[in-house]
Design a protein around this ligand. Structure first.
Ligand code: GAP
Length: 434
């Protein structure tokens, strides 16, 4: 109906328990966000569906869960210590800092309004530094990983020998990454602490283009599966100076967010950049021997890289729907069922023990299999609206007739159609429909 703005999403996410401002009681902390009781379910569904699809459902993939803090030599070899930088300018008057490539340097400082006060751009390394152990000296400096990818390269030889996989094969990892972004912003779009779902797919050099195209298709299929609006998804061929230091080709998958068209995911051809550098720096043999031809080579890598938080944001924006119902606006989060935080809500028509006791027992029974909400407060109309706003695909109303006929009313979130179904047949119904 009306335009979907970030304000609407942020408001709904806060009031319904998806996403809260981090450390809010202390006034927050620069663009940090907490996933509340529904947000964590949505986010976990994204991660578990991704894992199921890209690790379990494929014979050419295995997973990894590596340490977040790695030997700093990793970041030297990967090029992150030297080149993982953004251009930083600072206002000499008010000391506000900006990313030089994100502002018009000829304009006055956005904060204090003074003209010609910005410094020359300097390279600012985005890695978070800390110390390992109690001694805060240079020899104990370590970094929080800025991408999950590097551990996959560093563990390559271990995975290869223990998994017995043959090229082409891939390694997937989901986990936190940290970047000391100069200007985080746009809600959960750009934060300093975020989660990635990354795949390093190892191929023979001659085959990289075939695999690159195949992964591009896979990315679009995943986006569709998540219920992300494909009309707002675009490809961008990244060129020249915009390519990351390790990349020979990158296609960004962009999404039309309310604040503009921005990167959702990236697909990069990293060549043999990482394994070659780690092999040289560590003096460990990272060469692969083809069991059939005996050819020895350093594998090349195609890397689909996806942000968990940006996926959640694109899902929230795509699911948000306003409909006019009887002169009222109904807000519905039309999540794909696999991603909905709650699958079923059990709502007794009255709070009286007569109904609430058997209704709660039914909720507990269904909760063994599905994530179930149980709610006995407010009018049934208000409870339906609340479940619509949190995207629950089915509401079960337990009424006085249920005591007589052993049946309940099942309401479909999207069509609002209500069907009477025998309690004994509910499991079969949900097995089929969820
Ligand atoms: N290993 C390759 C790599 O890290 P990237 O394009 O820098 O590539 C991959 O990041 C994905 O991680 C992005 O497409 C985005 O989804 C997510 N991402 C990157 N920086 C982020 C940030 N500051 N906040 C939230 N998500 C971020």
């Amino acid at each position: 109906m009306s335009e979907i703005t970030m304000e609407k999403i942020i408001q709904l996410a806060k009031t319904r328990g998806f996403i809260f401002p981090g450390s809010e009681v202390y006034g927050g902390l620069q663009n940090s966000w907490d996933y509340g009781q529904l947000g964590v379910e949505l986010k976990n569904n994204v991660k578990s569906q991704w894992w199921k699809r890209f690790v379990h459902a494929r014979l050419d993939m295995v997973g990894l869960d590596a340490a977040l803090i790695m030997n700093p030599k990793v970041w030297q070899a990967s090029g992150h210590l030297d080149t993982f930088t953004d251009p930083l300018v600072e206002c000499k008057n008010c000391n506000e800092r900006y990313r030089a490539d994100k502002i018009d340097l000829t304009k006055p400082c956005q904060k204090c309004g003074k003209k010609d006060t910005l410094t020359e751009p300097a390279s600012f390394n985005l890695m978070f530094k800390t110390f390992l152990g109690p001694k805060e000296d240079q020899s104990n400096v370590v970094y929080l990983r800025p991408e999950t990818a590097q551990a996959i390269f560093v563990d390559f030889a271990n995975i290869l020998t223990t998994s017995r996989k043959r090229i082409p094969f891939g390694v997937a990892q989901i986990g936190k990454a940290f970047r000391n972004e100069i200007t985080p912003g746009n809600y959960i779009f750009r934060t300093r602490e975020f989660e990635q779902m990354e795949i390093e797919y190892f191929v023979h050099e001659n085959d990289w283009q075939t695999h690159f195209e195949a992964w591009l298709k896979e990315l679009h299929a995943w986006i569709d599966f998540c219920g992300i609006d494909k009309n707002r998804v675009h490809e961008l061929e990244v060129l020249g100076a915009d390519l990351a230091h390790y990349s020979r080709r990158t296609v960004d998958i962009e999404f039309d967010f309310p604040f503009g068209r921005e990167e959702l995911y990236g697909l990069a051809y990293r060549g043999d950049f990482d394994l070659k550098n780690h092999s040289e720096a560590s003096q460990k043999d990272l060469v692969y021997t083809d069991p059939q031809t005996q050819e020895k080579y350093i594998p090349h890598v195609v890397e689909p890289s996806m942000g968990v938080d940006r996926t959640v944001l694109a899902i929230l924006l795509s699911a948000y729907t306003e409909e006019e119902v009887d002169g009222d606006v109904r807000v519905v989060m039309k999540f794909e069922k696999a991603f909905a935080p709650y699958k079923i809500a059990v709502l007794p028509l009255s709070k009286k023990d007569e109904l609430s006791i058997p209704a709660e027992a039914l909720a507990k029974k269904l909760a063994k299999k599905w994530n179930v909400d149980y709610d006995e407060t407010q009018s049934i109309g208000k409870r339906y609206r609340r479940q619509d706003e949190i995207g629950t695909p089915y509401c079960i109303t337990f009424d006085f007739d249920s005591l007589e006929d052993g049946a309940v009313t099942v309401r479909d979130r999207d069509t609002m159609k209500q069907d009477r179904i025998k309690i004994d047949e509910l499991e079969v119904f949900f097995n089929k429909n969820l």
